[in-house]
Write a protein that binds this ligand. Structure first.
Ligand SMILES: Nc1nc2c(ncn2[C@@H]2O[C@H](COP(=O)(O)OP(=O)(O)OP(=O)(O)O)[C@@H](O)[C@H]2O)c(=O)[nH]1
Ligand SMILES: [Mg+2]
Length: 301
């Protein structure tokens, strides 16, 4: 028998959920950036060990949202939190608690499954452990409910606390005759979406202000020959001014993105990858259901 569980990783945007997932599975399955709202899909990362298998679901961070895309992302995170065996709520201990942290704690209060509160970024100074614990006590007092949760402090960047987190997760996992996924699979994230994410991550590393949130990447076609893949992708923006920013002076931003993404994708897929990027202005693409679906943000592809 193997100990198996599906583990939801939820929390507010930028708390380090994707960094933590990558650290746990030991491979980069989910993109990371300092920009809020980096993850837009639910991304599964699978850890298989002799003691069992944990299937993690990384989710978009909860945030205030006015766009159709933002609403879909928040819904995805809430839905993912409902269907899992164990709920892991990740907090950014390097900042005072936000309203979204309060929201997740209130959700955790009524969760049907075991809950682990992960106070991440404990390499930060100050580290607001007491503020988060006070918030949790205040919520329980207000609702007059006492709910058992365990607290674990981690640094996803420095890999501290993750062994303890694993130990708790495997202890909560249920014996199962078989693994949930084949033991050599680290993610089942569709290839086109994974490539689009890596491209978007490189833009996020360069762009600031509103552009990252109003930019979408869609992989249109992959031309696969045995020794080389040519990936054609479209970068969608809302406004003409954003097109200039995404291209950069003399095309420098596009060049940077290709320069960073191509070797990374070649490494991931074990074949030389060459990118062809087009930038397209599509006003209100974030409300275009077909495009949202093609990017994996709404329903099945
Ligand atoms: N100092 C410190 N920074 C961290 C730690 N974990 C993540 N970060 C940083 O926090 C930022 C956000 O990390 P992500 O993993 O993208 O956060 P996320 O929760 O997935 O964010 P969304 O996808 O937007 O919800 C990045 O700049 C990470 O490098 C940590 O343990 N310590
Ligand atoms: Mg993320």
């Amino acid at each position: 028998m193997k100990n198996c569980a599906v583990v939801g990783i939820v929390g507010r945007t930028n708390s380090g959920k994707s960094t933590l997932l990558n650290r746990i599975v030991g491979e980069k399955v989910s993109i990371v950036s300092p920009v809020a709202q980096t993850t837009r899909n639910t991304v599964r990362g699978i850890l298989t060990e002799p003691r069992g298998q944990l299937v993690f679901i990384d989710t978009p961070g909860l945030h205030k949202s006015e766009s159709a895309l933002g609403t879909l992302m928040n819904r995805m995170a809430r839905q993912a939190s409902a269907g899992v065996d164990i709920l892991t709520v990740v907090f950014d201990g390097g900042e005072r608690p936000h309203l979204e942290d309060d929201g997740w704690m209130r959700r955790a209060l009524y969760a049907e499954q075991p809950v682990i509160f992960v106070l991440n970024k404990n390499d930060c100074n100050p580290f607001y452990e007491a503020a988060f614990k006070d918030m949790w006590t205040a919520i329980q007092d207000e609702k007059q409910i006492t709910r058992e949760v365990s607290w674990i402090k981690t640094s996803a960047i420095k890999a501290s606390g993750t062994a303890e987190l694993m130990q708790q997760l495997f202890a909560l996992a249920k014996p199962s005759p078989d693994y949930l996924f084949p033991d050599d699979v680290v993610t089942d994230y569709p290839r086109k979406l994974a490539i689009a994410d890596v491209i978007r991550e490189k833009f996020l590393a360069r762009l600031r202000e509103e552009v990252p949130h109003e930019m979408g990447v869609k992989v249109d076609h992959i031309d696969e020959s045995p020794d080389k893949w040519i990936v054609q992708a479209t970068v969608y923006v809302n406004r003409p001014s954003q097109k200039g920013i995404v291209i950069g002076p003399k095309g420098r931003t596009l060049k940077y993105v290709r320069h960073c993404a191509e070797p990374e994708l070649s490494e991931i897929f074990g074949v030389k990858v060459s990118l062809e990027l087009w930038v397209k202005i599509e006003k209100a693409w974030m409300k275009n259901f077909w495009l949202l679906q093609q990017m994996g943000y709404a329903g099945k592809m």
